[in-house]
Design a protein around this ligand. Structure first.
Ligand code: SAM
Length: 273
């Protein structure tokens, strides 16, 4: 008996029209659907007239259930995994099941679709050729601040998930760690009725969120532009120091010392004016 396939199925993050035709077909045809919250996924399936049985698989039972699910796959059944919204495994359960299935040699196949982080990046207008997805920050204030401090020098665009009850605090902590002037974008309630995308500096965004209680409601993706590349800053400081030293020292010695003092590349300082 050939093993079945485990399909990892993305579901909408708000607008039900974002469930793909292929996702509908697979959710209809599999033997069962593993779902983070069977009640919530049940409503989604009912909306589309799908009556495939649901199995609860959430962070508290995933370890225990993964082997049972893998046994069903090995026995030839194909199954699907969905989370409450968006792409499973992205700040959602499923990692341990996928790892167990792959370890057992079972085919795991993705059905791509909505993901809040990617949807948010696609409309942010921040550099997105490289980005760092940070998911949720720690709930505890001290751990959150430490984590943000660690990220202060990151040059890639940072992407965070945040909930309504912590958005104001997190923005304040980001201002403290990254500075008031760091460009950022706040994407709220994407694909839903009150979809809002705000941009500005971190200080601007916090002022907007503080001023309007509606801007603290719903689900958020916070994106922060990466730290600037400080090579240019080092080079201009290096040139300044070189010019001063060169008034008293030969160019090669002045360039060597200016490079040591500022971290600028020596070759680019030599002969600077
Ligand atoms: N697996 C999901 C995905 O692919 O995006 C993410 C699940 S995570 C538990 C839920 C978080 O995603 C929310 O707290 C929020 O930060 C973000 N999120 C989900 N839906 C969103 C939406 N419609 N607009 C903005 N952020 C959203």
């Amino acid at each position: 008996m050939p093993a079945g396939t485990l399909f990892i199925v993305a579901t909408p993050i708000g607008n039900l029209g974002d469930l793909t035709p292929r996702a509908l077909e697979v959710l209809r045809s599999v033997a069962a659907i593993c779902a983070e919250d069977t009640r919530r996924s049940g409503q989604l399936l009912a909306h589309f007239g799908i009556s495939t049985p649901l199995v609860a698989l959430h962070e508290h039972n995933e370890d225990a259930l993964a082997q049972r699910v893998v046994d069903r796959l090995l026995a030839g059944e194909s199954l699907a995994l969905v989370s409450d919204a968006g792409t499973p495994l992205v700040s959602d359960p499923g990692f341990r099941l996928v790892r167990a299935a792959r370890a057992a040699g079972v085919r795991v196949s993705p059905l791509p679709g909505a993901c809040a982080a990617i949807a948010a990046l696609s409309v942010a207008g921040l550099p997105s050729d490289r980005f760092a997805f940070e998911g949720f920050l720690p709930a505890k204030a001290s751990a959150r601040r430490e984590q943000l401090q660690r990220l202060a020098g990151e040059t890639r665009t940072l992407v965070f998930y945040e909930s309504s009850h912590r958005i104001a605090e997190s923005l304040a902590d980001m201002r403290a760690a990254f500075g008031d002037d760091r460009p950022a974008v706040l994407a709220r309630e994407l694909t839903k009725l009150f979809e809002t995308v705000l941009d500005g500096t971190l200080a601007d965004l916090q002022a907007k969120v503080d001023a309007d209680e509606n801007q603290r409601k719903g689900e958020f993706v916070v994106m922060v532009q990466g730290a600037g590349d400080d090579r240019e800053a080092r080079l201009s400081e290096g040139r300044r120091v070189y010019t001063l030293l060169n008034q008293h020292l030969p160019p090669s010695t002045a360039a060597k010392l200016a490079a040591e003092i500022t971290g600028a590349p020596r070759k680019e300082l030599y002969g600077a004016r």
